[in-house]
Design a binder for this molecule. Structure first.
Ligand SMILES: Nc1ncnc2c1ncn2[C@@H]1O[C@H](COP(=O)(O)OP(=O)(O)O)[C@@H](O)[C@H]1O
Ligand SMILES: CC(=O)N[C@@H](CCC(=O)OP(=O)(O)O)C(=O)O
Length: 301
């Protein structure tokens, strides 16, 4: 009985220690906007629930989280069920008209509403948006450049309905944040022609952080952060070092648009970016409110 009592006391002290450790971080970040990108690869059931609870807690302590989500694997799953294969070039999905319909259904319908629902079930007040709502994200079609040994100029690749962010009108997001809601944004933009464009979620998150003058951009993925060729976690890298890691292939696939968006966000005025493993339970809280950082931290210099 005595042993159990002392164990309970020890646990209570540990909890109190964690809470006091969080205090200076809460004081520093309260009132600040944080853009949190939740990648499709990190969206297991447990990770999504833990993510939703973390976001509700951030909001309760006065931080303003703005969520941008992905859903690449979830789009791939539905395409597969429909007998279509996913094709990616330089980390971007080739998106024909039929694929665009699936992208809108999965991102704007399924994934967005699942995150909104989970946040609300845990006591938050989330509202889901795509870039079409309130004309939030204007998109422009992109063509990728690929060097070919035969041609002297780089070849331009047409990816279909794939866009980049042309502009963001954040008034709807501001309105929601001031009304104490948590905006949850799917990365679909609308072109001048009124057509929908599929935009890589990292690119949307980076631009959103810039436009909202966010204190931090936090990217949750299925890797511990940026890794070197031996799988060791890298942190504190400069822009030149990031460029070199892309050039020598250490950073490849989906990590390329992620790194590019990080570099743009830092150049655009965001003070710090964290790339962390969203599959770790309470990854957001551990990174933001405790002394132990868990992923790659990149700072504007
Ligand atoms: N240097 C690197 N460090 C970590 N991950 C990398 C690196 N290069 C490529 N990757 C890959 O990038 C993936 C993350 O990008 P992506 O699949 O687009 O995730 P998300 O759905 O979170 O956007 C990792 O799972 C990993 O396979
Ligand atoms: C153009 C492009 O590739 N768009 C992405 C949009 C979703 C996304 O970015 O999801 P993750 O963050 O989970 O990778 C796609 O179609 O998969």
């Amino acid at each position: 009985m005595k042993k159990q009592e002392s164990l309970q006391q020890q646990t209570a002290q540990e909890i109190a220690h964690v809470l006091t450790e969080a205090l200076p971080y809460i004081q520093r970040f309260t009132g600040k906007t944080m853009v949190v990108k939740f990648g499709g690869n990190a969206m297991t059931d447990e990770a999504t629930t833990s993510f939703a609870r973390d976001i509700v807690l951030l909001k309760l302590v006065g931080i303003n989280p703005v969520i941008v989500h992905g859903g690449g694997p979830q789009i791939g799953d539905l395409l597969k069920r429909l007998g279509k294969t996913s094709e990616f070039i330089q980390g971007m999905r080739v998106t024909d008209a039929e694929t665009m319909d699936v992208v809108e259904m999965v991102l704007g319908g399924q994934v967005n509403k699942e995150i909104v629902n989970l946040i609300n079930r845990h006591g938050g007040r989330a509202v889901g948006l795509t870039g079409k709502d309130g004309d939030l994200i204007r998109a422009r079609k992109i063509f990728l450049k690929q060097n070919s040994p035969e041609a002297n100029a780089p070849e331009l690749i047409d990816l279909g309905h794939v866009g980049e962010v042309e502009s963001i009108d954040a008034s709807v997001v501001d309105m929601l944040v001031h009304g104490d809601f948590i905006p949850v944004i799917a990365p679909i933009g609308v072109g001048e022609d009124g057509r929908s464009y599929n935009i890589n979620a990292d690119l949307v998150a980076g631009k959103m952080a810039e436009v909202l003058k966010a204190e931090k951009l936090i990217l949750l993925t299925n890797a511990p952060g940026i890794l070197d060729k031996d799988g060791e976690l890298l942190t504190g890298l400069s822009l030149a070092e990031l460029d070199a890691l892309i050039a020598d292939g250490t950073i490849h696939g989906g990590m390329i648009p992620k790194t590019q968006c990080v570099m743009d966000a830092l150049k655009g005025g965001v003070s710090s970016v964290h790339i962390i493993d969203g599959r770790v339970e309470h990854a957001v809280l551990l990174e933001l409110l405790t002394d132990q950082g868990i992923g790659t931290l990149l700072l504007r210099r």
